[in-house]
Design a protein around this ligand. Structure first.
Ligand code: PEP
Length: 252
């Protein structure tokens, strides 16, 4: 953790579940969620967003989208504008997830435009970066992530409270994670890059680790320097697992 930064545990529900299962999950989180640290965020599929928001009304759990378009409105069939998310109660939006980058060909330049749109709409962007296994094997992991950061984060990102999630592509949904030393080294590099590019505001930027975070490995990962929380996929679909990860955040 970084002293002075409030940790965040974020759940990315991706394209999973039915409306009924999403509501059951929201109810289970709502009744068990702690009101103090860490901050909790859930990002349901767009179709489930409003019912989940209603189920979480009055709780301390924040809501986010899983993507947004770079334009404010217009002829973009199937897309969602940042202001639409804000309008229905989102405070955050995940951008540049590796599944968006691979499934939809999103480049860092596109992520940057989405990030600008999110900031303009008053949303906190959670920008994902991470190397593929081939890039890590070729000793390119830090260079790839630094490039993604420089190309994806617009001016004003740090001062607006933007969040970075380091998610090695090969660790997502695989049950594999980098070693704690590798995560610490990468997060240190990310901190330095954000501070160099965005000034002292970057010292307060929350840096999340994502990729096969589970109750069993969360405490070790969350105790690392410059790891200010986690972006959780699969384990966020099981309320007890998500809450166990939140409880693994080291005290103050
Ligand atoms: C993710 O896709 O953001 C993620 C971290 O997934 P998982 O926890 O399932 O690896």
């Amino acid at each position: 953790m970084t002293p002075g930064i409030r940790p965040l545990i974020a759940g990315n529900w991706k394209m999973n579940g039915t409306l009924a299962s999403a509501l059951r999950l929201a109810e289970a989180l709502r009744s068990a969620a702690m009101s103090a640290t860490p901050e909790l965020l859930v990002c349901p599929p767009f179709l489930h967003f409003q019912p989940v928001a209603a189920a979480l009304l009055g709780s301390t759990i924040a809501l986010g989208g899983q993507d947004c378009h770079h334009a404010a409105s217009g002829a973009h069939t199937g897309d969602i504008a940042a202001a639409m998310l804000r309008d229905v109660g989102a405070s955050h939006v995940i951008l540049g997830h590796s599944e968006r980058r691979s499934d939809h060909g999103e480049t860092s330049a596109m992520v940057r435009r989405k990030c600008e749109a999110a900031l303009a709409a008053g949303l906190v962007p959670v920008v994902c970066v991470g190397e593929t296994e081939a890039e890590r094997d070729a000793d390119q992991a830090e260079a790839v992530v630094a490039r993604q950061l420089l190309d994806s984060l617009p001016p004003g990102f740090a001062t607006a409270g933007g969040i970075v999630a380091y998610e090695p592509v090969w660790a997502i949904g695989t049950g594999r994670t980098p070693s704690e030393a590798e995560v610490a080294a990468m997060h240190g590099m990310i901190r330095n890059t954000v501070v160099q590019a965005h000034g002292d505001g970057g010292r307060a930027t929350r840096l999340l680790y994502g990729g096969s975070v589970k109750p069993g490995n969360a405490a070790g990962l969350l105790a690392l320097p410059d790891v200010d929380g986690a972006l959780v996929g699969g384990a966020s679909l099981v309320a007890e697992d998500f809450l166990a990860i939140a409880r693994a955040v080291p005290a103050g």
